[in-house]
Design a protein around this ligand. Structure first.
Ligand code: G6P
Length: 617
């Protein structure tokens, strides 16, 4: 989703802005642009459709080199108006004000109507252009650019992160946020803004995380932050533990590949400090957690995309292992219906980014509706200081490290680790789990990095299977129990990065519809763990085989699925437990999608039309 970079310094900012945009590419975008105030105090802007390299090429071809010590830049992910150069940001008003925006100004049409009567002209179809005009209009009656922006934002409904510069105030950069993320990078004699810290790691590791409604007045020497009521507030400067190399590609061709192979380490990092060597859970959810957990009678999980699939796996665990009722729902549905909040519910939001607009809105809705009910909120998130973590009572940070590939892989794995620890923590607090069970789960998690490592060794077999896939238009994924949500995740991965239509079905539902699809043109991928449902699954596979379906089965070594005829079997793992099985079987499905996408030549890390962090509805 849209990315913002900006800054004010003594040096030429153009290379820093372009590097920052490249570091935000992973968020997903269709066009980009940069605007600086040059030495003559004129706004110079370059925009381009497509990848940042098109923008760089345009800048390189320009007659006068683009240079400036204050500037803003943007990657756009189209919401209002098609991807096109005239819709790309920055948007400029009367050559005096330039803005970049992430989010949606929902009332832009009424603002536009008013601005047209005031004589403003529009050159784009975006909602953002009204922001530039509005700031320009407010400047007429303001003493500072800060004041103009503060007045302008009172007119906006919706979500925004903004970067604003003006020729009238060439030594001031204004940043504002409501509903979309924005951080300030603190340097020596220079300051920066960006949608996330990764964009600014080459220039600083010190950050101020703006809060909801904050507006910041930024100069070379100072950063003054004002809260939603206009009062100046002190916001702490925090040090990021990330370095510029933590987001480097290394020896891998794609971030997705790198991140798939980082999963064993991501699990080790997520478990560190949360379990003991003798297989016990230590306080993993914070000091207040135990008292809160003792009040819980049911769990409601809310998330989107891959994070939603993690929640679906956990539902099986909660009900099967500790007998605690658990519901799971996608955030975009939950937030727009009238949910009945049950007393003594633990609401768990799961999000890699912690900025997904629907998940955040669902959390805010729960807080607004809870009244005097005993309700607590917990977020499972990969990004410290994200909006979700700041708004939840409890937070569990997955330590997956930065995830750049749009298709989530290692974040999912660590979310499942977090959820298994949550099952254990609730089981203990509510006396629903024995010490023996606890030791068994934790011991299983300690073996997980090794199991994932082993699953990764099947890459070559999977590569070969992928060859038979690239010309297919559709695929069906089957699983039972926790393997059903894993099948859903496998289908999602294939759709996301290879653009092949894929559906997941619980294997038992096959004969209620999807069996009609089966012929030699549709590959069917099944997951066969060595569990109580294996024999039933084998019968389902026979149903497919009998109809000429092309089957690919990822099985436990002990499952012994008959591999004759049109059935390819990969012995993906062995000795996996109830918790480690879904996490391990997910790995071959990730590799399958990756290698199919490679053969198809799609953009693996930045698939068309998708964004990493969906900060608009
Ligand atoms: C987007 C991403 C997915 C991700 C989903 C939820 O759709 O492309 O990979 O699963 O958002 O994101 P979150 O950050 O909330 O986990």
């Amino acid at each position: 989703m849209c990315g913002i970079v900006g800054g004010i310094a003594e040096r030429n900012l153009v290379p820093i802005l372009l590097e920052g945009l490249k570091r935000l590419e992973y968020r997903g975008y269709d066009s980009s642009g940069v605007a600086v105030l040059d030495s003559e105090n004129t706004i110079q802007r370059v925009r381009a459709l497509g990848k940042i390299k098109s923008l760089e090429a345009k800048i390189a071809e320009a007659e006068h080199p683009l240079s400036g010590q204050i500037g803003i830049a943007h990657t756009r992910w189209a919401t209002h108006g098609v991807p096109a150069e005239n819709n790309a940001h920055p948007h400029i008003c009367n050559n005096q004000v330039a803005v970049v925006h992430n989010g949606i100004i929902e009332n832009y049409q009424s603002l536009k109507k008013h601005q047209l009567t005031e004589g403003y002209r529009f050159t784009s179809d975006t909602d953002t252009e009204v922001v530039a005009h509005c700031v320009h209009e407010q400047l007429k009656s303001s003493q500072t650019l800060l004041e103009a922006v503060q007045k302008a934002i009172t007119h906006f409904e919706g979500a925004y992160a903004l970067g604003v510069v003006s020729v009238e105030y060439p030594n001031t950069l204004i940043a504002a946020r409501k509903g979309s993320p924005l951080v300030i990078g603190v340097g020596i004699g220079e300051h920066f803004i960006a949608s996330d810290v990764s964009a600014l790691l080459p220039v600083t590791q010190s950050f101020i995380f703006l809060e909801e409604g904050d507006v910041a007045e930024i100069t070379r020497e100072s950063v003054n932050v004002y809260d939603v009521n206009g009062h100046q507030v002190a916001r702490e400067i925090k040090q990021s533990s990330l370095t510029m190399h933590s987001v480097d590609l290394g020896e891998h061709r794609h971030y997705m590949h790198k991140e798939i192979f980082e999963q064993p380490q991501a699990v080790i990092d997520t478990l560190e400090g949360r379990i003991t060597q003798n297989h016990m859970l230590v306080s993993a959810f914070g000091h207040d957690a135990e008292a809160i957990f003792q009040t819980v009678r049911q769990v409601q999980i809310i998330a989107c995309g891959t994070s939603y699939h993690a929640g679906l796996v956990a539902k099986y665990w909660f009900e099967d292992i500790i007998g605690l009722p658990c519901q799971v729902e996608v955030a975009s549905e939950y937030r727009y219906r009238n949910p009945v909040l049950l007393d003594h519910t633990l609401f768990v939001t799961i999000s890699q980014s912690g900025e997904t607009a629907d998940t955040l809105a669902a959390l805010q809705q729960i807080k607004a509706l809870k009244g005097d009910k005993t309700i607590a909120t917990l977020s499972i998130c990969n990004v410290p200081e994200s909006s979700l973590t700041r708004e939840s009572d409890l937070t569990f940070l997955t330590h997956a490290g930065p995830e750049i590939g749009v298709a989530s892989t290692k974040a999912f794995t660590t979310q499942l680790v977090a959820l298994s620890l949550l099952v254990t923590a609730l089981g203990k607090a509510l006396h629903l789990m024995s010490e023996t069970q606890e030791r068994k789960i934790i011991h299983g998690l300690q073996k997980l990095p090794g199991l994932l490592q082993k699953a990764l060794t099947h890459e070559n077999d999977i590569k070969a299977i992928a060859q038979g896939f690239a010309d297919k238009e559709s695929a069906l994924f089957l699983g039972r129990g926790t393997m059903y949500p894993i099948a859903m995740e496998g289908a999602l991965k294939l759709k996301e990065i290879s653009y092949i239509h894929a559906e997941a079905y619980p294997a038992g539902e096959l004969k209620h519809g999807p069996l009609a699809l089966i012929d030699e043109h549709i590959p069917v991928i099944a997951i066969a763990p060595h569990d109580d449902l294996l024999e039933k699954l084998k019968s389902n596979l026979q149903e497919v085989k009998a109809r000429g379906g092309q089957m690919i089965v990822f099985e436990d070594e002990q499952a012994d699925v008959d591999s004759q005829g049109n059935m390819k079997v990969v012995k993906a793992t062995t000795n996996v437990g109830r918790i480690t099985a879904p996490i391990t079987f997910n790995v071959p499905l990730q590799l399958l999608s990756y290698h199919v996408a490679l053969i198809k030549g799609t953009d693996v890390d930045q698939p068309r039309n998708l964004a990493k962090s969906v900060t608009v509805e």
